[in-house]
Design a protein around this ligand. Structure first.
Ligand code: TRP
Length: 375
């Protein structure tokens, strides 16, 4: 596994410590996580049975290419490598604050369709929702007792979420959602969470809660570790973060013509000679990166092939790469969305399995806390 940018970061830290400057704790812990992720990848290759993965998404809208290339494809890779995988559809995270909560049942089933279409296999991976697993949610109560309000206030993601609300008061659920997320991870005793680096503070909260519970009551929970994604970060067609609200996404659910139309709107520049230059030509570089991620080729090679073909040729090449890569996924997806009862049955099966495991864990927690009064 190659972690983009790792060697330059290590060089920088070495340089800084050589000049006796201390790099920030955040930078150091990021480097530690990157190095540890590399080790974990090697351990997975030799013995995938050592790991149990928990990962998930908020059902806020249809999945797009950024999700697919950034996380979904990686999940499928880990599942196929033989790691037991649990996928939570985080419906209680949709009601935290700014996300709109309409049409939830449709969004949830659409998400199941997206998952299955990209290759998450319900016979190997468990797909379930917060709202169907009472024992998972109950874990939140003892977990809330393990953390202080000032620790939560310092969580950078909680801070960022709060800022995104534009100064409106923060709901109690938003304030405490890292604790809820700890319950997502710990109820099934997952020891590995594939994340982007923005989610690292949450994982730290989960580890703190697990450690404190284990110390205070009984050693029930493994300390979950982060597995940082190795894939290049793909941006939207305007070079900004790919997100539905910006209208810059390529959705899995679009057809080939819609994809072509969307990519014709992509931002490029006036230099007809296409080069891969992320610093000076970020939008062009992003389009090349999308084509590269879809084809498994190098962005520099794709740029060389396009030569002086300009933005129009670049867009045509990217459109073909995206449509080619998504074709089988889209075919499967459109078949799946027409069978809502099948999608519901996949969820019912996952929820049943998650409920069994959550009940078991909650029983152990009651036992550990001396709350088992009925023998
Ligand atoms: N917060 C995650 C997101 O917004 C989704 C999520 C919920 C999650 N519970 C989780 C991710 C547990 C990892 C582990 O994408």
């Amino acid at each position: 596994m190659v972690y983009p940018g790792l060697s330059t970061k290590i060089d920088r830290v070495n340089h800084e410590s050589a000049s006796s400057e201390i790099s920030s704790d955040i930078e150091k812990s990021l480097l530690r996580s990157i190095a540890r992720s590399q080790e974990i990848e090697e351990e997975i290759a030799t013995d995938p049975s050592k790991f149990r993965i928990l990962t998930g998404d908020r059902p806020t809208g249809r999945l797009h290419l950024g999700h697919y290339l950034g996380t979904l494809d990686n999940r499928v890779r880990l599942q196929d490598a033989g790691v037991e995988t649990w996928v939570i559809i985080a419906d209680y995270q949709v009601i935290m604050d700014r996300d709109e909560a309409g049409h939830l049942s449709q969004r949830v089933l659409d998400l199941v369709a997206d998952y299955l279409a990209v290759g998450i296999d319900p016979s190997r991976s468990t797909i379930f929702t917060h709202s169907a697993i009472p024992a998972l949610n109950q874990l939140m109560l003892p977990f809330l007792s393990m953390i202080t309000d000032s620790e939560l206030r310092r969580n950078p993601t909680v801070k960022a979420e709060h800022e995104a609300t534009g100064g409106r008061p923060m709901s109690g659920l938003l304030f405490t959602y890292p604790v809820h997320q700890a319950a997502d991870i710990l109820f099934c005793k997952a020891n590995l969470v594939p994340v982007g680096k923005d989610q690292l503070p949450h994982l730290e909260t989960s580890r703190v809660i697990a450690r404190r519970f284990n110390d205070k009551y009984d050693a029930i929970f493994p300390l979950p570790e982060a597995l940082l994604s190795t894939t290049a970060n793909v941006l939207g067609i305007d070079g900004e973060k790919m997100s539905k609200s910006r209208g810059n996404t390529i959705e899995l659910a679009m057809d080939e013509d819609e994809t072509a139309k969307q990519l014709r709107r992509a931002v490029t520049d006036s230099d007809r000679v296409i080069t891969f230059d992320p610093v000076n030509r970020p939008e062009v570089a992003n389009l090349l990166q999308i084509a590269a991620s879809c084809t498994g080729r190098k962005p520099e090679d794709i740029a060389a092939d396009i030569g002086d073909g300009g933005g129009a040729k670049l867009k045509a090449v990217v459109t073909e790469a995206v449509n080619e890569r998504l074709r089988p996924i889209r075919a499967k997806r459109s078949e799946l969305v027409s069978d809502r009862s099948f999608l519901a049955s996949v969820l019912a099966q996952g929820n049943a399995k998650a409920n069994n495991v959550a009940e078991e864990t909650l029983d152990q927690v009651r036992q550990a806390m001396d709350m088992n009064y009925q023998g």
